[in-house]
Design a protein around this ligand. Sequence first.
Ligand SMILES: C[S@@+](CC[C@H](N)C(=O)[O-])C[C@H]1O[C@@H](n2cnc3c(N)ncnc32)[C@H](O)[C@@H]1O
Length: 289
Amino acid sequence: MGADIEPEWVALNRAHWDEKVPVHLDSDFYDLAPLKRGEGRLYPIEEAELPRVAPDGWAGLRVLHLQCHFGADSLVLAQRGAEVVGIDFSMPAIRAARELADELGLAERTRFVCADLYDARHRLPDPEGFDVVYTTWGTIGWLPDTAEWARIIAWFLKPGGRLYFADGHPTAFVFDDAGATDADDGRPFPVPTYGYFREEGLSLDEDGDYADPEATLANSRTVEWMHPLGRTITDLIAAGLDIDFLHEHDAVPWQIFAACERDGSGMWRMPGEPMIPLGMSLGATRRAD
Ligand SMILES: C[S@@+](CC[C@H](N)C(=O)[O-])C[C@H]1O[C@@H](n2cnc3c(N)ncnc32)[C@H](O)[C@@H]1O
């Protein structure tokens, strides 16, 4: 995708993410201290599920991390012995990932490539095939086409290779609490706002940031997409993957709604009995055909 023919949504979203990188690097949300001590951890959902994805551990596994941001999770997996290629379309994110890899002594085991996801096959041609494709928390909502996303994943995986995917649940993305009526305790409460089956991108203008409540972004306009869960899964199956598990969660790693409360493990959930799923995760295996 050349810069001269880049669609507006790519330019808007990239400017937004470029601006977020320094904000995130300075935030408490992305606490890099454990990683820098050699003890990087993922969220409890991933830690609980990843043994099914890499039952013999990460040593020597070739991992492709899609939408890797500044590489924090890529470097956790590298610390556990994986050889990781991270892809993201934000150059500031990729530069920060490379610097962090150098600082942690993981540059030999990591490679960070600046590319739009839909260009990944052209930017990493003739892959040997990856053992694992890893992509989590804030991924397909930035992408218009999950059928193509699924084909890209299948193309990069070896037969028998595994996908691990975790993200917000599309049901939760129907809801918004901006301008919503106050609940009893005074906090805005999420109300249905966006159609679950909506095909067109949503043009949003939000200058806040999930990692730093104080931040005000100049590049606030974005285009994001709804992806019904059934279609995403069907896209993966059609691309050549078998689904190993699909889990729905009452928590996500960021404050998806103002009313959410954080637990000791860093996950955010609605108070009281969970009414809707907030997160989902799945494991899938590339078929041999
Ligand atoms: C929420 S972050 C990824 C989450 C990651 N788990 C984290 O918290 O560090 C989303 C990432 O997707 C990247 N991104 C968005 N659209 C993309 C695209 N079309 N191609 C490649 N990367 C993209 C952004 O630059 C950003 O780094």
